[in-house]
Design a protein around this ligand. Structure first.
Ligand code: ASP
Ligand code: MG
Length: 465
């Protein structure tokens, strides 16, 4: 039997309704599964917040620990009837909770958190979810085993908070440690470095861990059960008549995710591309109706008439602008600045240069720190550094974008009709995405106009039906 890897959001574990949806989905497959689970909603943020408070010795440790303990215990008390299972669960829950407590206590005493401990603590959101799911499956008589990424050898490059899975090293160990005729429950979001340290795979990284495990097992598919209606042509909060996209290439899905679509972690396609393992997006709210993929992401390139398949946006970008006459041509300025950003652990999302300005696109949260570290270096040739906040990045995505003429013109004409000012444009960096920057106040109007321009036929057809 071929491996099937499925991922569920831990938020579905919080009540009976959600638990039943997960159980319905699992039963529909009628075969053993490799199940990856993320933390309960908000748990990862709570753990990060607790670390911050513990460092300042302001954490009510007992209160925090008993909140987490009770949340998990209540879930099991509400959904499991077998006393023996409940007692077993309580025992193991106490073991994990006590470890977590010990870590936080350590931080409280030393007043700082080593990076390895930070990652280890945040992994507890997922570790507690997998424990809960394991007991729910036991109770439903679905035979399974809970295994941890560090046990099966999901090896990473060791970068804390934002590690990359080393597929070559993970392949052999994961294949050796799992077998096809068993169901497994595995916490997502982290792997282990060669030195044995827990390393997180970036926020929202459970999709990515599921993809890496699917790749290592050469699974036939990766199913992501989400509370969404699949990938849409735009955010339905902005465009009410956005249409569903049945299929996307790996690159299109990755770009949409990178530029703000919250459906999937942008790195999810990465491990699957060469193996051509399809990713299917399914709606957990409909799991009782069986397995009905909404969007399938695979290697099949389809060029849509009109090219653009979706318009996405993100507000989590800011620009660090290095100004000076000739910054674009003088050697070393970009290298020096980016080296400083790298040293400070700041991720660069994009760079667009001209003769008088280097524009470095960063996450909004990194902007102030980025300005500080580059400013401090006093790099010759830079006369002024400014930051642009309150911007939105708008991306239009579709296979064939760079090979068909007139697409950019249609986008910008549509935006110009509303008198919206466009800041920076980037076209050609990716074969399937173009993006540009507008003022945040113009974001919704921009998305609406582009959508109207490219989806008018579909909308008309839908209305006609
Ligand atoms: N729990 C982690 C986070 O919130 C990972 C995930 O949800 O995928 O970032
Ligand atoms: Mg999450």
């Amino acid at each position: 039997m071929a491996y099937k890897v499925v991922k569920f959001g831990g938020s579905n574990l919080k009540d009976i309704d959600g638990i039943n949806k997960i159980l319905a989905a699992i039963k529909s497959y009628n075969q053993p599964l490799v199940i990856i689970i993320s933390a309960f909603y908000g748990n990862t943020d709570k753990l990060a917040h607790a670390i911050g408070r513990a460092i300042k010795d302001k954490l009510d440790l007992d209160g925090f620990i008993s909140d987490i303990y009770n949340q998990k215990l209540n879930t099991i008390l509400n959904s499991v009837s077998d006393e023996k299972l409940i007692n077993e669960f309580k025992k193991e829950l106490k073991v994990r909770i006590n470890k977590l407590k010990g870590f936080l206590l350590g931080i409280k005493y030393i007043g700082e958190v080593p990076p390895s401990l930070y990652d280890e603590i945040l992994s507890y959101g997922e570790r507690l979810s997998s424990l809960v799911l394991y007991y729910i499956l036991q109770n439903a008589q679905i035979e399974c085993q809970e295994v941890f990424p560090e046990e099966i050898g999901l090896i990473t490059d060791g970068e804390f908070k934002n590690a990359t899975v080393n597929l070559e090293l993970s392949n052999a160990s994961i294949q050796k440690n799992l077998c096809e005729n068993k169901t497994y429950v595995i916490p997502g979001f982290y792997g282990v470095s060669l030195k044995g340290k827990i390393t997180l795979l970036g926020r929202g990284g459970t999709d990515y861990s599921a993809a890496a495990i699917a790749a290592c097992l050469n699974a036939v598919l990766l199913d992501l059960w989400k509370d969404v209606k699949g990938f849409l042509s735009a955010d339905p909060k902005i465009v009410q008549n956005a249409v569903k996209i049945d299929s996307l290439t790996y690159a299109e899905a990755a770009e949409l995710a990178y530029f703000g679509s919250k459906i999937l972690h942008p790195r999810t396609p990465e491990p699957l591309i060469n193996l051509k393992i399809p990713i299917r997006i399914l709606n957990i709210d409909d799991s009782v109706k069986g397995i009905n993929p909404l969007t399938i992401i695979n290697g099949k390139e389809t060029v849509k008439e009109g090219i653009i398949k979706s318009v996405s946006y993100s507000d989590n970008f800011g620009i660090l602008r290095l100004l000076g006459s000739g910054v674009g041509i003088k050697p070393g300025i970009l290298a020096k600045s980016t080296a400083e950003l790298d040293k400070a652990g700041i991720n660069i999302k994009s760079v667009i240069t001209s003769q008088t300005a280097i524009n470095i696109l960063l996450s909004q949260d990194d902007l102030i720190e980025a300005k500080k570290v580059v400013d401090k270096e006093d790099i010759r040739g830079i006369s002024k550094i400014i930051v642009s906040e309150n911007i939105s990045i708008i991306a239009a995505v579709g296979e064939g974008l760079t090979s068909h003429h007139g697409i950019a013109a249609r986008i910008f004409t549509a935006v110009a009709r509303k008198g919206i000012n466009i800041n920076i444009i980037c076209f050609g960096a990716s074969d399937v995405a173009m993006y540009f920057i507008v003022n945040q106040n113009d974001r919704d109007e921009t998305v609406k106009e582009i959508h109207k321009e490219f989806f008018i036929n579909e909308l008309c057809c839908n209305t006609c039906i």
